[in-house]
Design a protein around this ligand. Sequence first.
Ligand code: FAD
Ligand code: NAP
Length: 538
Amino acid sequence: MSATRKLPTELDAVIVGAGFSGLYQLYKLRNLGMRVKVVEAGSDIGGTWYWNRYPGARCDVESMHYSYSFDPELEQEWEWTEKYPSQPEILSYIHHVADRHDLRKDVVLDTKVTAAHYDEDSALWTVRTESGDEVGARYCIMAVGCLSVPKKPEVPGLERFRGDWYHTCDWPESGVDFTGKRVAVIGTGSSGIQAIPIIAKQATELTVFQRTPNFSLPTFNGPIDQGMVADIKSRYREIREESRQSGFGVAIEPPTRSALEVDPDERHHNYEERWRRGNLTGVLQAYTDLLADEEANETAAEFVRGKIREIVDDPETAEKLCPKTYAFGTKRPCLDTGYYETFNSDHVQLVDLKETPLVEITGSGVRTSDREYEVDSLVLATGFDAMTGALLNIDVRGRGGQTLREKWQDGPALYLGLNPAGFPNLFTITGPGSPSVLSNMIVSIEQHVEWITDLVDHMRSSELRTVEATETAEKEWTDHVREVGDMTLYPKTDSWYMGANVPGKPRLLMAYLGGVGPYWQKCQEVAANDYEGFALSA
Ligand code: FAD
Ligand code: NAP
């Protein structure tokens, strides 16, 4: 046993990760009277909202909806200050929840899980940490996050760079002041698009290296509307239920018409009105076929391009910022505050890496095929090894010593996105094959945690020892996820949803597009039918 052992040797359940998922799972399993610990690599709780402290980091689901629903008193008491909550505000919310429910005492920080091995005789998982501690547990719950493993750019030379460099998702706690600095940002996904306007305000020169332009819409963020807060708080239960039954985890009026059956002027007015709402679902959910039909999608895409051309003064820069190679919405669209406007400042320049590809990071900056850009600081906003990265970083071994990495060499396979066949009593929260990143994540997290908790409770009360997906159920579900995805435009786009941002990663749509509501209904039916598709044994 290690001298500084932080974990007991035996537990009922080990949860890996102390973000929204792991903390809620801890709360629920502890309420069943189980011995549970959360193991977290970071030095504090919060997950995404602990790590992503870059300037401008903020949620783009409105605060009243990006919050736990399980504690009605909490949702009445807690006061959000802005329409879209900032990273510090979400982090203080998570801390408040942890304090309120005394969760910290069961969280082991600064401890990375390196392995989880299943023993068929004892039907126990042995979870191993980087410091060599081992703990045995009946259940192993992976709450490791879908966007928690940073991806660096695949260009040589970072180790030679003499200035300071930062990844958006591993930002110094003390913050970074770019005043007086020449700064380069590589990457124009949601993180880059949020950080760039703020970095531009500090830096003397800012060079943005863009490989693929993104569609971004304005947040029109500001102090939260107290009338709206009072209204939502007066009927929170009903709204939460509507969110759970919705397509993307936020209750909205679903579209009823095709974009192509509407007169172009009317369509433009509709897009204009929805643009002003300052949210993701407005324009994207204006018509039924925007995510399924290229011609319909093009009407929305061209509307957004029109906005970019209106905002950006220099026509050449505006064209570079206009996405033209993929359908609107099939790469995660962004919400921003002053992103396109930033390119109207003389000290900001855009480098199109499709014209002049990135060659290397040098001692003093960034070299493209065209020239070297000398900078003092480098910001990598290059994204994540999404959805499978954190799971495959752990040496997970199931029945017969099979590794998850072997099982998933052609892409992730799980039943309902919850459990891979051959890995009894192991669950993933918002795993591949569930709505996950294609939803308001808090809604999907709560659904998974509650479903897993009910199953564990059922196992205990029925004196059952193992539960695992059957190969057949897993295959049928995985095929279904693929078929539903293929009915949309998503698979045509190289995005992180498809694993296409990580060289060598299998290319397939990892999230389930059947909708949060229908998915939840399916999970409930499975449970009601004696956990159909799972093998349960004593
Ligand atoms: P995480 O918050 O990622 O937590 C996982 C934790 O597991 C991490 O703390 C990590 O350190 C830990 N961990 C991983 N591997 C190990 C290991 N081997 N050992 C120990 N610990 C480990 N979602 C939305 O719905 N709306 C948004 O607007 C939105 N904005 C986002 C903005 C950013 C910048 C990012 C990165 C993500 C955003 N998301 C958003 C997605 C966000 O990740 C989820 O909403 C949610 O916070 C995920 O919670 P989680 O607990 O599942 O995972
Ligand atoms: P991302 O969307 O994957 O963006 C990464 C960016 O880096 C892309 O522009 C990508 O270009 C570029 N890039 C990656 N590797 C590169 C290379 N080798 N050379 C040049 N450019 C490279 O990552 P992210 O911005 O961190 O966002 C990830 C997800 O987190 C989001 O989609 C969202 O779900 C969530 N998020 C949400 C918010 C929010 O507003 N709520 C904020 C941040 C993050 P390509 O497109 O060409 O690959």
